[in-house]
Design a protein around this ligand. Structure first.
Ligand code: HEC
Length: 151
């Protein structure tokens, strides 16, 4: 896990480096439109929560689970806005899933299924204004480790 994160960071670093080199060379020598997807084909960049990584339906399910399993102790406003975003920017969605599975609810961590935790997570993303998309966020930690908060 640690190794794969290091590798991923290395990959992101490589993409940044390539971009920096292209910038340094100036636009004249770079292809007219160096899109992020053409960079991604060389070294797949992680997706971000701004890319529509969950569906509305999934977030609605997550809202019902939140109501059922979390709302006794939490208000939704704890999990949205600047404080939440500052806390999570630069990290990956998988870290939040891991935190929820490992610590919530405090009296019985891990008691929801991974799918319920993932749904709740998408509800939190929706609360923060991140867009829904066409496909559900899979309840798969390795996939979630490749979805960044922030841009
Ligand atoms: C029985 C009460 C209780 C329930 C139920 C509960 N929590 Fe918590 N939660 C807490 C407490 C207390 C804290 C503060 C723990 C701390 O900061 O050490 C907390 C902290 C958190 C945090 C912040 C953790 C951090 O380190 O930043 C998140 C996110 C969270 N809860 C999400 C949830 C979600 C999602 C659910 C439902 C699946 C849930 N909690 C259910 C009591 C609860």
């Amino acid at each position: 896990m640690v190794l794969s994160r290091v590798l991923r960071n290395a990959k992101v670093g490589a993409v940044l480096l390539v971009s920096a080199v292209l910038l340094a060379e100036g636009c004249a020598s770079a292809p007219p439109r160096q899109t992020s997807s053409s960079v991604a084909s060389a070294a797949p960049a992680a997706r971000s929560v701004v890319d529509g990584v969950f569906t509305k339906r999934q977030a609605a399910r997550g809202g019902r689970s939140f109501e059922r399993f979390c709302s006794a102790c939490h208000r939704t406003r704890e999990f949205r806005g600047t404080v939440f975003q500052l806390a999570w920017t630069g990290r990956v969605v998988g870290d939040l899933l891991q935190l929820l599975v490992d610590t919530m609810p405090p009296d019985d961590p891990g008691s929801l299924g991974t799918e319920d935790y993932t749904d709740v997570l998408t509800y939190l993303l929706q609360l923060n204004g991140y867009p829904a998309g066409e496909e559900e966020l899979p309840a798969d930690l390795s996939v979630l480790m490749d979805v960044r908060f922030g841009i």
